[in-house]
Design a protein around this ligand. Sequence first.
Ligand code: TSB
Ligand code: ZN
Length: 587
Amino acid sequence: MINIKENERLNKMNHSCAHLLAQAVKHLYKEAKFWVGPVIEEGFYYDIDLGDKTITDEDLPKIEHEMKKIAKDGKRIVRHELTKEEALEMFKDDPYKLDLIERMDEAETTISCYTQGDFTDLCRGPHVDTVKELKYFKLIKHSGAYWKGDAKNKMLQRIYGVCFENQEDLDAYLQELEEAKQRDHRKIGKEQELFMTHELVGSGMPLWLPNGALIRHELENYIYKKERDMGYNHVYTPCVGTVDLYKTSGHWDHYKENMFPMMKVDEEELVLRPMNCPHHMLVYKNKMHSYRDLPIRIGEFATDFRYEASGAVKGLERVRCMCQNDAHLFVRPDQIGEEFKKVVSLILDVYKDFGIKDYKFRLSLRDKNDKEKYFDDDEMWDTAEGKLREVLNELGVDYFEAEGEAAFYGPKLDVEVKPAVGPEVTLSTCQLDFLLPRRFELTYVDKGGEKQTPVVIHRAIFGTFDRFTAFLIEETKGAFPTWLAPTQVEVIPVSSEFQGDYASVVTEKLKEAGIRAELDDRNEKLGYRLRESQTKKVPYTLILGDKEKQDNTISYRLHGKKETTTLSQDDFINLLKQEIENKELRK
Ligand code: TSB
Ligand code: ZN
């Protein structure tokens, strides 16, 4: 999708369109007061205080109609420059604009406002010359948004829109938007009964339904096998720890705002864990280690709890209770490069297996000025960041750098992907850490019998099973490869009366072969049952009529295809077993 913010002409038009929106809202709701109306990647929005009024779906066409009227009228958009006093006087009845003006440094910024007809807004510009240029726009959606993003403040009404240069571009964009909506994992998750949420359980706490849980089991088995083959040892550890554990690790000082509050149990102060590293550090420390034992690779499918803002939680993609495909690799300094490369190869290997092609590597570095978020030891950071860059350059992978995205304990290589709706997210991560081993006083005995401190690589290939599944749903549009599909074969007798018995024999035989087959012998029309199997995106639909029953064969249709193929039962089972065994992607 086009990034409107980065396109100069579209950026300007969308910015002007935000003013047009505000002007129309002011015409319709006299009490309206305006906060900010920026251009974003997907168009623009405006945050508006409408008193007690909440914008509804029905309001958008009315506002859009008013915008069209104003645009047609074709007033010029005129810029004025102001002194701070003049600006304060001009907007004296508008607490939101006063807030903005108060914070402006007159010496550095020229204060300007833009007027079109009866509407003036404080704004840096630039804008198009006249509102007549704004013809091809659409209001997309609305939501609540706290003033300055702070839940303690008033909830404002946010209206989103988009503006293009011509109708074709707008239509193409709207179509893309519609397709993205269809792909949204929250929509498919509901349709295919993969997961649900319930306010009695809590925000950001999805419940995995049998179909979703099946997929997750397959993912767990898949990655568990890969990790075992690479010498990982898996553990189970509790999803709570004491405050002292997280004080030792540094999470309490640097990660507290992402954690659930402490609970007191008897004399213990416990927290739900946001990460598993401290537990794994203690597992390492349980034993003496020689330099010959390293790398030691401790893995866990570990449940974590993180406080995510209520406005940020999203389906399975951003949750408050998640399960990481986590591991901590304890290595000697001379093993960092090799071990890191193994992790990156594993990531690439997994992405190939899932057919994931659209992703970017991000080297996430600290923000040198943020001493609160990041552990304060410049020398340690410089070493870790330098080492990571060196490894990446040796690996020859393309990456971009992002300051302020590192973990508090060290720099990361993150894999960024784009969900159907919303900004990019991190899937896999591989992180270099010189800090936690020091804080937990971890050691190994070197060749000379001296105690040394190991280095830790934190890594999560899927990231979390939650986020990875969300991504997979959107990548496949719910048409999972056969090895992952909750139902692999839907068996449909043409008529349950005449071929029902044969269909149940075939279903049983498939199940015995370890294939997830379902029998649909309901007394519904054949066309109806076929359509339903298509909607559920089941990879194989068997249609069993008299001919098949007579010849002891099966006829199948692949999801999304019209043609039918007839095979002997055994040939079909072998075909399927092979496809599942090889984890083939859908054709
Ligand atoms: C890899 N200590 C490391 C670990 O050893 C760690 O916790 N890293 S993390 O903070 O980057 O989280 C690991 C992964 O979890 C991220 O890469 C991301 O894919 C996933 N993740 C993070 N927050 C959420 C969330 N709120 N919902 C779903 N998945 C999340
Ligand atoms: Zn970790």
